[in-house]
Design a protein around this ligand. Structure first.
Ligand SMILES: O=P(O)(O)OC[C@H]1O[C@H](OP(=O)(O)OP(=O)(O)O)[C@H](O)[C@@H]1O
Ligand SMILES: O=c1[nH]c(=O)c2nc[nH]c2[nH]1
Ligand SMILES: [Mg+2]
Length: 173
């Protein structure tokens, strides 16, 4: 579950995130060739803004929209899901509407709650995340790395460099 029981840690550095987001862009480039490309990206704030910028650069997509959703109000604790802003009409109408030709990007899918809400807004869009946990995976069209449900992903924008005690000092017993 996406809560305090997510006791395994998967820390991601900026370097690794950039590599993984680029790997996502490579996969999406293949998808774009097969399906006629993407006219716009919809980034799910805030975590989706970072991979959206990287994917937009790699695929040369200039029209970037946001959907603003908040669900994890405290660290590892999922509160009520709030949609603070939906999709602008211009993007919602691309290629006849419902998300055709639109790429939705988020950093990760966990329970799938956020993805479910955004997919309902744009049912024909292509949904991409960098990381996926098993509960949310069926909602994602393209992702790069799967981690177990009991893992918490630590993103580089949530972390900082800090002193680490030598292993011998920190070792139990
Ligand atoms: O699959 P779910 O269980 O819905 O969880 C995934 C969502 O949770 C996180 O966003 P969060 O709501 O914490 O906001 P943030 O992007 O602003 O950090 C993450 O960026 C995803 O958008
Ligand atoms: O930083 C985060 N790491 C996670 O594993 C996660 N799951 C939902 N929301 C999340 N945010
Ligand atoms: Mg988010």
């Amino acid at each position: 579950m996406a809560d305090a029981r997510a006791d395994k840690a998967f820390p991601v550095s900026w370097d690794q995130f950039h590599r993984d987001a680029r790997a996502l862009a490579w996969r999406l480039a293949g998808e774009a060739r097969a399906t006629g490309g993407f006219d716009a990206i919809v980034a799910i704030t805030r975590g989706g803004l970072v991979p959206a910028a990287i994917v937009a650069r790699e695929l040369d997509i200039r029209l970037i929209e946001t959907v603003c959703v908040a669900s994890y109000h405290d660290y590892k604790t999922q509160g009520g899901l709030q949609v603070l802003k939906g999709v602008e009409e211009r993007v919602a109408k691309i290629r006849g509407g419902e998300g055709a030709g639109v790429l939705i990007v988020d950093d990760l899918v966990d329970t799938g709650g956020t993805a479910r809400v955004v997919r309902a807004m744009l049912p024909k869009a292509h949904f991409a995340t960098v990381y996926a946990k098993p509960m949310g995976r069926p909602l994602v069209d393209t992702f790069v790395t799967e981690v177990s449900q009991d893992t918490w992903i630590y993103f580089p924008w949530d972390m900082g460099l800090s002193f680490q005690p030598p292993i011998r000092e920190g070792a139990p017993g």
